[in-house]
Design a protein around this ligand. Structure first.
Ligand code: FE2
Ligand code: FE2
Length: 196
């Protein structure tokens, strides 16, 4: 029987054995190593989704990442920029946190923080049009990553709605996503991943 067809015998984890977990662990790495492909597939769900904006959400992500790349940002930052709105589909009410959770094992604390908080910082440019407080970001004033998050929104995110801008295609960023997501820098499963 091929490794991928083997299954554990337990019906509850209390009944699990080392043999069961050997089977599961053996299939975890091939599955986990494809996370970049699943993320890219999910990002493509934003294609054609305008939500009233001048460009669709995929183009906005590509434009944000392209602007960051052309401004000389490193690969990890560019991947964060590319994926910063990937949570729009599943996290309509908290999309920054969804994206931040996806990239967390693979990026620096700073890049994670920028992604997780970009919604509040982006609000500086429009919350006042919706009866909200555009200065919501002030709740984070003094945080060590405040300026970095404000800069991400100012230079790349809020500026990435131009239909005339020539962004790179998703294929340009795919190798970057695969490299950044090739192995976790931190994860509660890291010990098992490293041993596999
Ligand atoms: Fe966003
Ligand atoms: Fe955005």
């Amino acid at each position: 029987m091929e490794q991928k067809d083997k299954k554990a015998k337990f019906t509850a984890m209390t009944e699990g054995t080392a043999e069961d977990w050997g089977i599961i662990a053996g299939q975890f790495m091939p599955f986990a190593s494809k996370v970049a492909d699943r993320v890219l597939d999910h990002l493509r769900l934003l294609d054609g989704d305008y939500g009233g904006f001048p460009i669709d959400r995929l183009q906005h992500c590509l434009q944000t990442a392209t602007r960051a790349h052309r401004d000389g940002r490193d690969e990890q930052y560019v991947v964060m920029a590319l994926l910063h709105d990937i949570g729009d589909t599943l996290g309509s009410y908290n999309h920054p946190e969804v994206a931040a959770a996806i990239i967390k094992p693979f990026v620096s604390e700073e890049n994670h923080w920028i992604c997780e908080h970009h919604g509040a910082f982006q609000g500086y440019y429009y919350f006042h049009y919706l009866g909200m407080d555009r200065n919501l970001r002030e709740n984070f004033r003094g945080h060590k990553y405040f300026d970095a998050c404000a800069e991400f929104c100012e230079k790349y995110d809020q500026a990435a709605f131009d239909p005339e801008y020539k962004s790179e295609a998703l294929s340009f960023f795919e190798p970057m996503v695969r490299r950044v997501m090739a192995a976790p820098l931190a994860s509660m499963y890291k010990q098992a991943v490293d041993a596999a």
